[in-house]
Design a protein. Structure first.
Length: 225
């Protein structure tokens, strides 16, 4: 009985030796260091084996971000005239597209252009912003293509909306702007198109509208004619 007690005391002593020497300010023993220190390279770390000692590499030359589609009309008077004449809206004119366009228009454009598109937005009324045209301005005679072009590049005091909106969103806004133009001109509303095509284009939404290519094809066709 007594020897058991002694062993118990001895065990406590040895256990105490192991635990009491640990320094709380130092990392303790690591049994599986890989769980603490990753053997892989950190994304933006610097390592000798890489060129410029940088782990993060530049994308290969000529690569483009996923979903990004080039816009082929240049930001020049010719590019603008070309887009105005040839570029058309690839999205079907559906209730959904128009409703989405209206929502986006109210967010991005109405402050200047006004809810009706007559160029009397709140900023114009408060004289913070001047020279905003009405969409039925005959001197401008806006088209689907010219509206898209202006959203893409901006025009003088109007900024570009290319970074704030996706390709599809710009075309939705475009439909809404054209519908505002029609009602300013007192024309009847355009009839809605079949929503089936729309389902296809929203499937392509992840790709951000491959249909951007369509207007370019049409341009070619028209120049052939
Ligand atoms: C900060 C105020 C402001 C906002 C916001 C704004 N615009 Fe404009 N917009 C202008 C001004 C100013 C002009 C006239 C530019 C010029 O001709 O010098 C203009 C011109 C236009 C034109 C006529 C271009 C042409 O071909 O003559 C269209 C179309 C247009 N804007 C659409 C839009 C759309 C769509 C949005 C929203 C995505 C928008 N604007 C947002 C100020 C604005």
């Amino acid at each position: 009985m007594r020897s058991l007690f002694n062993r118990y005391i001895a065990f406590l002593f040895v256990a105490g030796l192991f635990t009491s020497c640990a320094d709380e300010n130092e990392p303790n023993y690591q049994y599986f260091p890989d769980m603490y220190v990753s053997p892989g390279y950190e994304t933006y770390g610097s390592y000798d084996i890489f060129q410029n000692e940088q782990e993060a590499k530049l994308p290969a030359e000529g690569s483009i971000p996923r979903g990004w589609m080039p816009y082929e009309y240049e930001n020049t008077p010719e590019g603008s005239a070309n887009a105005k004449a040839n570029l058309t809206n690839p999205l079907p004119y559906t209730e959904d597209n128009l409703a989405a366009g209206k929502e986006l228009y109210t967010i991005y454009c109405a402050v200047c252009h006004g809810d009706k598109g007559a160029g009397k937005g709140i900023l114009v009324e408060r004289e913070k912003f001047l020279g905003v045209p009405s969409y039925d301005d005959p001197g401008r005679a806006i088209t689907e293509g010219s509206v898209y072009h202006v959203m893409y590049y901006g025009l003088n005091n109007m900024g570009s909306y290319a970074s704030q909106t996706t390709i599809e969103e710009r075309w939705q806004i475009d439909h809404y702007v054209m519908s505002l133009k029609r009602s300013l001109e007192g024309k009847p509303e355009r009839a809605f198109e079949d929503a089936k095509q729309d389902a296809q284009s929203s499937e392509a939404e992840g790709e951000q509208m491959t249909s951007e290519e369509e207007p370019a094809q049409e341009t070619q066709e028209e120049t052939q004619n």
